[in-house]
Design a protein around this ligand. Structure first.
Ligand SMILES: [Zn+2]
Length: 239
């Protein structure tokens, strides 16, 4: 399929080699021309295998990679190494929905680096956003952080086939590609979208402006009950 290249430069920070693909590859496929991808907790007993699987993104986009090689499940390091930030990049990271201490640490790092857009964490197993417990835990733990965020649902119908193909690369993690895609369908239903599939972002007011500048059209959506809180939502699609 044809990818609409808006030549947007993206700096994305993920904890593990499949995080970005699971959570935001529909959106990334639609807009990113080149990407710097930092994987923070890249060291595990499957490092080589997982890095090879994640290289599916490199074939799709022009990707510069930095692996920080922190051990998986080690959370926040004493000191983060310096990470080169390309000029005029949109910075993305995880919101840390779920109980992964790595995702939380990476979300904090993304914020330190100036991120205004955070993806809802999606996994092959036990999709966090689907779990009432995980939503509750997230909104309690990140109450302060959420106070300046709204939810944006990105319609990914145009790139969902692309996302499906990407997710098929992660055989060491799961072949149940339908799970994250089913969740993208649920997200779209929850936001009453006309689209069939959506990815969900938590964005600041500045992040919202960045999305508009990048080529997304934003429209008002319903108020979403999420864990202990309610957040105003918008939905967006590539212009
Ligand atoms: Zn992860």
């Amino acid at each position: 399929m044809q990818t609409k290249m808006l030549r947007t430069s993206v700096l994305a920070l993920q904890s593990h080699y499949d995080d970005l693909s699971l959570s935001a590859s529909g959106m990334i496929s639609a807009v990113a021309g080149n990407m710097t991808l930092v994987t923070t907790h890249s060291a595990s007993h499957q490092t080589r295998e997982r890095r090879t699987e994640d290289a599916i993104l490199d074939t799709m986009l022009s990707v510069s990679r930095y692996d920080l090689d922190l051990p998986e499940r080690s959370g926040r390091p004493e000191r983060w190494p310096d990470i080169p930030t390309p000029a005029r990049s949109i910075i993305l990271g995880p919101a840390a929905v779920g109980r992964s201490i790595d995702h939380l640490a990476t979300s904090e790092l993304a914020e330190i680096m100036g991120a205004d857009i955070f993806w809802e964490d999606v996994a092959f197993w036990g999709i966090y956003g689907m779990s009432t417990d995980d939503r509750l835990d997230f909104t309690m733990r990140r109450r302060e952080w959420l106070s300046n965020k709204r939810i944006v649902h990105v319609a990914i119908d145009a790139t969902v086939e692309h996302k499906r193909a990407i997710l098929h690369a992660y055989k060491s993690q799961s072949v149940d590609v339908w799970r994250p895609l089913r969740y993208a369908w649920t997200c779209a239903r929850e936001a009453h979208l006309k689209a069939s599939f959506a990815e969900r972002l938590f964005v600041t007011e500045r992040g919202r402006s960045i999305l508009i500048e990048t080529g997304f059209d934003l429209s008002p959506g319903p108020t979403i009950a999420y864990g202990q809180t309610t957040l105003s939502s918008e939905w967006c699609k590539v212009r």
